[in-house]
Design a protein around this ligand. Structure first.
Ligand SMILES: Cc1ncc(COP(=O)(O)O)c(C=O)c1O
Ligand SMILES: N[C@@H](CCCC[NH3+])C(=O)O
Length: 427
């Protein structure tokens, strides 16, 4: 089993050297608990796997996975760059000390004001459509401005249909058939198009689609290099590397993955005489996914037509199971040594029947008051949470060598309406 699970001598779940039960008692639940060292370790394993085979390599953390300030600051201190998808992510990154040249902005259906804002903040724009190129050229002085284009490599993969971003049905990127003309047009407008980007999807454990995407993207880049005379400073193959969520899945063999993909990249560089552009990758899930556990408390056991374990969180806290039918491994953090004895559904507190963290899950004899750990909650966990059912957002705790810091306070009832106002005639 490749899941990141540690148990302490009290048979409690250990998160980064801290006891999950102590954390739940001190800070309450639901709470996201983030292990600082695991993020650093994930980053360093990822960076060294690729830079070993191709030193001109940079990691752009896809911060849509987790924009907690502490998480981003940890990655900033490691030298990581940022893949931003919205002006808000650019703003946060700048505020945390990422300089503009460490931010690549890959937006989709972006307004003129947003294009201008991102440019003015110094981030490099990765353009997703001819419309955006035309509009940007009117918003700013394009002379010499470095940009790149997202292409659709016609390869797509992902853990769910919603997470596949390449191929004929995808709204992302420009088509191969228009690439040469688009780069020529960008130059004519005065831009300095220096990059090409693709991203095929998210949550991919199979190495095959990545190979196809590298080949396809490099074939497009090679054509643009030869027919439009573009000298690429970087080629970016996006993110998407998956992590094991179930006990049966295995971690990606990073060294092999890097060796094969860098090998393909180098072959294509040589084939098209493209020199040595920097290779970018944009992992989100891989860097933060297994570095965080969502702690929830069991508040009710119910034997109905099925057996339910009811907890104090719901899909407003962690949406992935309800939205993608995603599996998250769940442990009884209070009794890690207990044998599984029953098959249960683990249900949340939202007023919707789809609000389940697990169906037909083998669990031990869980008791009311037990703390459950929902694993691999670091990516697309808190960032996709909401106030649905007027539930305050969860807190977040950072664990550093066993020491806990509150990095996000739990919301209060007052936060639920802090931005609302009642017009005078209703008062
Ligand atoms: C453009 C882009 N880059 C990177 C990522 C990160 O993906 P993942 O978290 O699967 O690595 C995404 C999300 O799918 C994305 O849309
Ligand atoms: N939100 C998705 C990943 C989408 C990645 C963004 N392009 C998930 O939880 O798996």
């Amino acid at each position: 089993m490749d899941l990141n699970i540690k148990v302490n001598d009290k048979n409690h779940l250990d998160i980064g050297g801290a006891d999950a039960i102590d954390i739940a008692e001190e800070f309450g639940t639901p709470t996201y608990v983030i292990d600082e060292n695991r993020i650093r370790d994930n980053y360093n394993r990822f960076y060294s796997a690729f830079s070993k085979y191709y030193p001109d390599f940079k990691v752009f953390y896809a911060c849509k996975a987790n924009t907690n300030l502490a998480v981003m600051k940890i990655l900033e201190s490691e030298g990581c760059c940022i893949d931003a998808v919205s002006p808000g992510e650019v703003h946060i990154s700048k505020m945390l000390g990422f300089s503009g040249d460490r931010i690549l902005f890959t937006g989709n259906n972006i307004t003129n004001d947003e294009l201008k804002y991102v440019h003015d903040e110094g981030a490099v724009l990765n353009i997703d459509s001819v419309s955006a190129l035309n509009r940007l050229s009117k918003m700013i002085d394009p002379e010499g401005v470095k940009i790149s284009f997202r292409v659709n490599p016609m390869v797509g993969a992902g853990h769910h249909d919603h997470c596949i971003t390449g191929g004929i049905m995808s709204k992302f990127g420009i088509m191969e058939s228009e690439a040469v003309e688009v780069y020529k047009k960008a130059e004519k407008l005065g831009f300095n198009p220096v990059g090409m980007h693709s991203h095929i999807g998210s949550g991919i454990l199979d190495p095959e689609p990545f190979k196809l995407a590298i080949e396809s993207t490099m074939d497009i880049a090679g054509k643009v290099h030869q027919d439009a005379g573009i000298d690429f400073e970087f080629v970016d193959f996006g993110g998407g590397v998956g992590i094991p969520y179930t006990p049966e899945e295995n971690v990606v063999d990073l060294d092999k993955f890097a060796e094969v993909n860098v090998g393909l990249f180098k072959e294509k560089l040589e084939q098209y005489g493209m020199g040595n552009p920097t290779m970018y990758l944009e992992p989100g899930r891989f860097l933060v996914g297994d570095a965080c556990v969502l702690l929830v408390t069991v508040n009710s056991l119910k034997q109905s037509y099925r057996k339910f374990i009811g907890v104090d969180a719901g899909f407003h806290t962690l949406l992935r199971p309800a939205m993608y039918d995603s599996y998250h491994h769940i442990v009884d953090a209070s009794r890690m040594n207990a044998e599984n004895t029953q098959t249960v559904d683990i249900a949340g507190n939202v007023c919707e029947s789809g609000d389940l963290f697990a169906r037909d899950r083998l669990m031990p004899d869980v008791e009311e008051g037990d703390v459950l750990g929902i694993l691999n909650a670091g990516a697309y966990g808190f960032t996709m949470s909401s106030n649905y059912n007027s539930r305050p957002l969860a807190s977040e705790i950072l664990v550093t060598d066993g020491e806990c810091s509150v990095v996000r306070e739990r919301e209060t009832f007052e936060d639920l309406y802090a931005k609302q106002s009642i017009p005078p005639h209703l008062k």
